[in-house]
Design a protein around this ligand. Structure first.
Ligand SMILES: O=C(O)[C@H](O)[C@H](O)[C@@H](O)CO
Ligand code: MG
Length: 390
């Protein structure tokens, strides 16, 4: 079998979007932005879809959500020539070709995301060529079904947040991730607002549910040092991305500071990036995203590394490319889950582009032993809402 063609298209959403609200989610731009629309730099309103066709007519689907237009350029100009005419079963060789050919400028960030998209499409081909789901090629079914945590609860009106939490508690979720809206720029008032929001959610979900707290890189070390002791009484499952991804020593200090586990990894890349996080005990939960970190080839190695370090893997985002990694290892106890909503941040777009994404039932998602490859196909229902760039 040989790779005959690679097609990368950017799906630009032009449909309805929920307008951004101030203090929606703390993020890295809060410290440098004057107005409240700091979240604008963290909206994902387009997505690049990669289709790789083999000489015997199998089409593999990959995807990338980080800087989609740049990722497409990297795929078209640099990665496609490296895989054309090659055997997809030589996936480690192909991965190393892509990683090393771009290493001078690409070992972190969008290039790794572009490599991930090609790698996802290759693994989709491998599964389809042997009529097996990808997780069966990685270690098989380690769980009857995958426990997931409900992930949204962006900072809005506290009553609205409580109503949202109650609605999904009633749908059987037993774990919830909420977002802080305030950080260092918002001073003591912001500290009080942050604590009020956690209190409000705990009031609804109680203490026999998991509560995860998301900062999305919006705090700094000094602020997180102050906040963590105040948060202990709420018994969070973890505090996520309190500082920017490069502040690995900051992560490590916070991870030892209190009883609250620090999580991160959705903005880290490659096996080496996670070796560094684990060697420094910087995180207690690893959260790579398989469409960013280097694809399935890289994520599978990181799963083994996390097993050796006894650090759980709970991938960012849910989405099929991550569910196969969670299903195939005991190192991954659960996955994130974004329900389908109107397009807001952009994580929701996955549902508007692909068919096959599992819908949670009673706090679990299920994968099909008989669905080959990743189990995704392109949705036609919303094509009119996309501007598609070849
Ligand atoms: O952990 C997450 O779900 C991510 O940080 C999300 O993408 C979100 O919080 C930012 O868009
Ligand atoms: Mg996150």
């Amino acid at each position: 079998m040989k790779i005959k063609s690679v097609r990368a298209r950017v799906f630009e959403w032009k449909g309805k979007t929920v307008p951004p609200q101030g203090n929606f989610c703390s993020n890295a731009m809060d410290l440098v932005y004057s107005n409240t629309e700091s979240m604008s730099t963290f909206r994902f309103h387009s997505w690049t879809v990669v289709e790789i066709e083999t000489d015997d007519g199998i089409i593999g689907l990959g995807n990338v959500a980080l800087a989609p237009a740049i990722a497409k350029a990297i795929i078209d100009q640099y990665l496609t020539p490296l895989v054309l005419g090659q055997d997809p079963w030589d996936y480690e060789y192909l991965w190393q070709r892509m990683y090393r050919a771009t290493h001078a400028w690409g070992r972190k960030g969008v290039t790794m995301a572009a490599i991930s998209a090609i790698d996802l499409a290759i693994w989709d081909i491998l599964g389809k060529s042997v009529n097996k789901p990808v997780f069966k090629l990685l270690g098989g079914r380690t769980k009857e079904k995958i426990p997931v945590y409900y992930s949204k609860l962006y900072r809005t009106d506290l009553k609205e947040m409580q109503n949202e939490a109650e609605k999904f508690l009633n749908q059987g979720f037993t774990a919830f991730k909420m977002r802080f809206g305030y950080g260092p720029a918002h001073l003591q008032k912001g500290v009080a607002e942050n604590l009020k929001s956690v209190e409000a959610i705990r009031e609804v979900i109680g203490y026999d549910t998991d509560l995860m707290l998301e900062c999305y890189m919006g705090w700094n070390l000094e602020y997180a040092r102050r906040m963590l002791p105040k948060l202990e009484k709420f018994e969070p499952r973890w505090l996520e991305e309190p500082v920017i991804a490069d502040d690995i020593d900051g992560y490590a200090e916070l991870n030892q500071l209190t009883s609250i586990p620090i999580s991160g990894g959705e903005h880290e890349f490659s096996l080496y990036g996670f070796k560094q996080l684990l060697d420094k005990k910087a995180v207690s939960v690893v959260q790579y995203d398989t469409n960013r970190v280097g694809g399935i080839t890289a994520a599978h190695k990181i799963n083994a590394l996390c097993e050796a370090y006894s650090v759980p893997v709970i991938p960012h985002a849910g989405q099929m490319h991550n569910y196969h990694l969670t299903m195939s290892t005991l190192a991954s106890p659960m996955s994130e889950y974004f329900p389908m909503f109107d397009v807001e941040v952009g994580n929701e777009l996955f549902y508007y582009i692909f068919d096959g994404e599992p819908v949670a039932e009673n706090g679990f998602v299920q994968l099909d032993d008989n669905k080959p490859g990743l189990g995704l196909s392109l949705k036609t229902e919303f094509l009119k809402d996309f501007n598609i760039i070849e």
